[in-house]
Ligand binder design. Sequence first.
Ligand code: AMP
Ligand code: MG
Length: 418
Amino acid sequence: MNEYGISHARALELLRDGFAAVAGSERVKLEHALGRCLDAPVTAKESIPSFDNSAVDGYALSRSTLEKSPGGVVRVEGRVAAGEAAPPLLPGAACRIFTGAPAPEGADVVLMDEDVPGHGTDADGAWIRLPENAPRSSNIRRRGEDVSKGDEALGTGMRLRPQDLAAAASMGMSALDCRRRVRVAVFSTGAELREPSAAKSSPASIVDSNRVLLSGLLKGLPVDVHDGGILPDDRDAITGALLSASQRNDLLLTSGGAGRGEEDHLVRILEKHGELLFRRIAIKPGRPLSVGFLPKGGPCGCIALPGNPVAVMVCFLMYARPVLLRLCGGGWDRPRHFNVAADFSMSKKPGRREFQRGILRCKDDALAVARFEEQGSGILRSLRIADGLIELDEDVTQVSKGDEVRFLPFSSLGIDAP
Ligand code: AMP
Ligand code: MG
């Protein structure tokens, strides 16, 4: 804790310890399981592939036949395509085989068509000529080379991606045990706000952009979102709406009114009607972020985001998203970052962590990150132009061109155009 508030690291600790996965799991069909968190491990009931099969179109034979007479001729006896049962391999012969077909018993190599120097048919049937140099690759996909029977293929808590669903399908599963979807209500607060479709009621009104931003940020997560609309800067109205929503939701996300001003009510509401986990955090942008629970002793979390759109997105990504992933039954992982050379210089106040909007550039074949010049927390354009966030630690006071800085790509924070 310093004059700016609690540290980023402390806030993350409090959030990690303050929130647990919601109770309840359900069986979810694979087609609906994308992005859900597994609630039980998936163990392979059989090996994948379940039989040795050919990786190419060609001729299955034994390696001793292949290597016995380089350049010699071998008879082709039998044929097997994908989905068929393999015929027995006759001694000294090859079997015509196609990709995915089971390898005949005794065939330990498949000579791919491209490696066969000659082939034809005579009175005795089909033949092939063997290459002078036998290829090393067997071209056979071995039973269990992807997954072995009994392996834990997918672990509890993992968020299912398309390739995980494909693995489950390949193991013959059509549904998975997943943590239930998390219920989230989103509110905007501010007397100045109006809906995008509403006419300007006063010259000082502005359009609410935070709600659509938040609902977009929530899209990829396994949550059901309730749109709580716009609330006025009125303590009773906000209290009533939040207490009521806290009965039906696991988490409330509000934006605006989180500061200490006369028109800011969120912190006082959390103190009076619930419990405050923390208020004010030593970061920029987003310092007024406050988190608590509603009602007192109640299980519903409430993340009161600041009002400025850039602060909303930064605070959502850095604090609300990990909380949501935890509620959904996932792990508590730091978002992936990489270090990259700064293509800018700046000085910074010590004592708070900053999240600057950064643009990746390729300079002389090396990656560098530029800083979007206008870093005002109301400038949404900075988020549109940026590729991610440059994270500068509390003790940094100066960044010079060429220094390594930590970069969090938006793609590692779940933001990508679909
Ligand atoms: P506040 O945290 O309520 O003091 O708001 C800080 C700034 O963010 C003010 O300029 C607000 O007008 C603006 N703001 C608050 N809520 C929203 C919103 N939902 N959409 C766009 N701007 C907002
Ligand atoms: Mg306000």
